[in-house]
Design a protein around this ligand. Structure first.
Ligand code: KG4
Ligand code: ZN
Length: 340
């Protein structure tokens, strides 16, 4: 093995996906995700069940990642793990596992900020995917966060706008719950939106100054709208589901795009990336792409498997920190509210 070969094993356990990935010099060799189905019955993530499922999944998931990459753990250069933000019980499983493995193998341990990882996923070596130049704007849209970030360098990031209440993923999931869809509802709303009329129903966009977002009012507006319609026609949801989904998605995309346009105008930055689970949404991907023609943007849309929670994005941050010799020590603690 050449001494230039850097193998990173990365572990992600911040929420309800147990994930492990192996990276060689910035390229992904394996990217394994075990999604926890148990939460579907509860309509949302149950933290205690999540940490228990992580405990069951972590050894087989790491094993599979090493096998798929065809390497032995003795070849690893470092272990990277998600330190936060996330659910404390879930983070603790990945953190303790990573710490023990790095200690046992006597190799560096690297702590990773999950939100930084959603952004730096754009730096994974991938054919046909270009990396954004600095500075660029990144909009991170997930089940837990909604932020617009000015990225000055790999590790110099400024949050210039964020949600003051619900995250955009929550807006999708809570709207889905009102409509009787399973959890998480984002992917199904996306699927149905493609079959419906986005202008069938109008929902007013929240008025929030500057670059901040608000989504809790939208959820309430959807709830009252649906309740009123169902009173008049008990079959309203079934008869209009695709149109309702299309209209909700259209409204959410409008909110996101308005703020992105403003952020680009205020900063003068036209290189624009998205990341996080909601960046899997086909509507937002299309809307962002159309910004190339409409506003002269250069846009960066992650490969589908790097949108929802995964360990490949943790691996790239681990690799970039490894190159800088930026390691954690064994006293590092999981941090549920870790900031960017
Ligand atoms: O990044 P992620 O996997 O976990 C967090 O860090 O939160 O994001 C999960 C969120 C969920 O709210 C889910 O409904 C949403 O991403 N999501 C989508 C789509 N795929 C996942 N929302 C809209 N359209 C999708 N295709
Ligand atoms: Zn995430």
């Amino acid at each position: 093995m050449s001494s230039q070969n850097t193998y990173i094993l990365a572990i992600e356990s911040s929420c309800d996906d147990t994930a492990a990935a192996v990276m060689l010099n910035g390229k992904i060799l394996s990217n394994i995700v075990a999604s926890q189905k148990i939460h579907e019955d509860y309509g949302g993530v149950v933290p205690e069940l999540a940490s228990r499922a992580h405990q069951q999944n972590i050894v087989p998931v790491v094993d599979q990642a090493l096998k798929k990459a065809s390497i032995d753990k003795s070849q690893l250069s470092a272990i990277a793990f998600t330190r936060g933000p996330g659910l404390m019980g879930s983070l603790l499983v990945g953190t303790s596992f990573a710490k023990s493995l790095a200690y046992g193998l006597k190799i560096p341990l690297i702590d990773v900020n999950h939100m930084q990882a959603h952004i730096l996923a754009h730096f994974i070596e991938e054919a046909d995917f270009k990396k954004p130049p600095f500075p660029f704007l990144a909009m991170t849209i997930s089940g837990g966060h909604t932020q617009i970030v000015k990225v000055n360098s790999h590790f110099d990031m400024e949050v210039i706008g964020e949600t003051i209440d619900d995250a955009v993923g929550e807006a999708f999931d809570k709207s889905g719950k009102i409509l009787g869809l399973g959890y998480p509802a984002g992917p199904e709303i996306d699927r149905r939106a493609a079959l419906g009329n986005p202008k069938a129903f109008q929902f007013t966009k929240p008025k929030v100054d500057g670059l901040n977002f608000s989504f809790s009012g939208l959820k309430t507006a959807i709830l009252y709208f649906v309740q009123k319609q169902v009173k008049a026609n008990p079959n309203f949801i079934e008869e209009n589901l695709n149109d309702i989904c299309a209209s909700i998605q259209y409204t959410i995309i409008g909110i996101l795009m308005d703020k992105l346009k403003l952020a680009s105008k205020q900063t003068g930055i036209t290189h624009i990336a998205i990341g996080g689970g909601v960046s899997a949404n086909s509507g937002i991907r299309e809307a962002l792409k159309s910004g190339e023609q409409k506003f002269g943007w250069t846009t960066y849309i992650p490969k589908f498997e790097y949108t929802t929670d995964n360990a490949a994005m943790i691996a790239i941050v681990g690799y970039l920190k490894y190159l800088e010799g930026n390691y954690a020590d064994q006293s590092v603690m999981a941090s549920a509210r870790l900031k960017l």
